[in-house]
Design a protein around this ligand. Structure first.
Ligand code: MTE
Length: 365
């Protein structure tokens, strides 16, 4: 263990700011990712925050602006709402996009920028209602206490979510992760948790919530974490366009067999995870052992409403003869959304939201 209580098996993407991912075989080991193995995505150094002087500001289109201590949050609100949710960075699986064309200046995440935890805290809605939401409100903006420096200017990482999402039951101001106080690298003492949205909206080291008419103009909402078509690149991009990323898309990844594994021919366990956004159900995972020529369908039972924010694990057995095979998997959700077969249609120069069919080459002897 190191100073941050992170497991030595973590894949360190950058030391400063700290960015680390979870090896796939360790994600596969349990449905809830232990905190020492939970990925970390930071855009600036981790701020050290004194819990005694910490205050959360709530302002903007409110009847009464609030300044809340941690004790206020504990005593004035129901403070142990609990949700189990998968957090996934928009850049997860970027390496498969990079294999088609380079994506400079972005972290080369493989399948390691994802994890599932239990999160406890105060419902965001309760805090917003305590401040009083004015009729003209449309978006809830968040700012963290970390300091990103861009073009000689320092500012806190931020972003926003639409008001209707902010008012839903599952969105929390989190102080507890996997039953323990939120560790500093995950946003101590308080972070937002927006289940079903890209990880970037779950702002850590939360300092300020602003109720406003428009989305946040923070760099990470108005500029980064936007989706552009494959034809746009760094030179041609018009930053005023693009789609601000919000809901996660449907995705499935194969845990076993591992990439380039050599196996004994015969009955083989194929397993993985699947997840989707919008609070939808997952209905199917389709698995092929021959690159997509023939498919085996796993039908998934609907889950209770409170469980749809986290990934599910799936498995099946397929017969693999001697030789080379490509195992392929994709998921389908209750809106009929499924994953694209090729990266060409979804490649984007920032490398976000890759949900192409997951392909794993193996050799059977
Ligand atoms: N919040 C702040 N204040 N600063 C950040 O750099 N990174 C975001 C989000 N919240 C970030 C942040 C991104 S891009 C992701 S994917 C998640 O935090 C990662 O959360 P984790 O480090 O707890 O896994």
């Amino acid at each position: 263990m190191n100073q941050l209580n992170k497991d030595h098996a973590m894949i360190v993407r950058t030391q400063q700011p700290l960015n680390m991912g979870t090896p796939l075989h360790l994600l596969a080991a349990q449905r809830l990712t232990p905190t020492p193995l939970f990925f970390v995505r930071n855009h600036a150094p981790i701020p050290i925050i004194d819990p005694n002087t910490y205050r959360l500001t709530v302002d903007g289109l409110v009847d009464t602006a609030l300044s809340l201590s941690l004790n206020d949050l504990r005593t004035r609100f129901e403070s142990h709402r609990r949700v189990e949710a998968t957090l996934q960075c928009a850049g997860n699986r970027r390496t498969e996009l990079i294999a088609r064309a380079p994506i400079p200046d972005e972290l080369p995440w493989d399948t390691d920028a994802i994890g599932t935890a239990t999160w406890e805290g105060v419902r965001l809605r309760d805090v917003l209602e305590a401040a009083g939401i004015k009729d003209s409100a449309g978006h809830i903006a968040f700012v963290g206490l970390d300091q990103v420096v861009k073009q000689d200017k320092a500012f806190g990482f931020g972003g926003s979510i639409p008001l209707d999402k902010a008012l839903s039951d599952e969105v929390l101001l989190v102080h507890t992760m996997n039953g323990e106080p939120l560790p500093m690298e995950h946003g101590y003492p308080l972070r937002v948790l927006v289940p079903g949205y890209i990880g970037a909206r779950s702002v850590k080291w939360l300092s300020r919530i602003t109720i406003q008419a428009e989305p946040s103009d923070n760099y990470y909402q108005a500029h980064a974490y936007k989706l552009f078509p494959p034809s746009v690149d760094e030179r041609s991009v018009d930053w005023s366009g693009g789609v601000m990323l919000d809901h996660l898309n449907v995705n499935a990844v194969i845990f076993t067999p591992m990439h380039d594994e050599t196996l004994r021919a015969g009955k083989t366990r194929i397993s993985g995870y699947a997840l989707t956004g919008h609070g939808r159900q997952l209905t199917q995972v389709c698995v092929s052992a021959d690159g997509g020529a023939r498919w085996h369908t796993i039908t998934l039972e609907p889950r209770p409403a409170q469980e749809v924010w986290s990934w599910l694990f799936w498995e099946t057995d397929l017969d693999l003869p001697t030789g080379s095979h490509e195992i392929v998997a994709y998921a389908v959700d209750s809106a009929g959304d499924q994953q694209p077969s090729e990266v060409d249609a979804i490649w984007n120069f920032k490398g976000y939201m890759n949900n192409v069919w997951h392909r794993v080459p193996v050799q059977c002897t």
